[in-house]
Design a protein around this ligand. Structure first.
Ligand SMILES: [Zn+2]
Length: 132
């Protein structure tokens, strides 16, 4: 066999500008959850986020945030979602995993500061996140 199995180290890369916009948006929506669509590219396991989109018809409350996926345009640059947890928990809920969208799910927990952001895959495993 000439094929080598290459194991890619997964990671999520988020620009500082986006990071601070996200934190501000979460603070604005508090005590309700907020939800945003992440745009970006995935290459060799590395997910680079290069845009944020407010989903159409999104509905949020203190313990949920969602939007009808059927209203989304088919856009291949949509790679995941980010939502806030005003409760202060960093872990995805069963509902979050059930409604998993794309490749990555970012969760920002209250009080939305520099170390309040976490990345998860569809199985609920954490993915290292770096802010550049
Ligand atoms: Zn959640």
């Amino acid at each position: 066999m000439f094929f080598k199995t290459k194991k890619f180290e997964r990671s999520v890369l988020l620009k500082k500008d986006f990071f601070y916009s996200i934190l501000t948006y979460c603070q604005m929506k508090h005590p309700n959850e907020c939800i945003l669509i992440l745009k970006g590219k995935s290459k060799n396991g590395q997910i680079k986020i290069d845009g944020l989109v407010i989903p159409p018809f999104n509905e949020t409350g203190p313990t949920f945030a969602g939007f009808p996926h059927s209203f989304l345009p088919l856009d291949m640059s949509y790679i995941g979602i980010i939502h806030s947890h005003p409760s202060g928990s960093a872990e995805p809920s069963v509902t979050d995993l059930h409604n998993f969208f794309g490749l990555v799910s970012l969760i920002v927990k209250s009080p939305y500061c520099d170390d309040s952001i976490f990345a998860w895959d569809s199985n609920g495993n954490s993915i290292p996140l770096s802010i550049e």
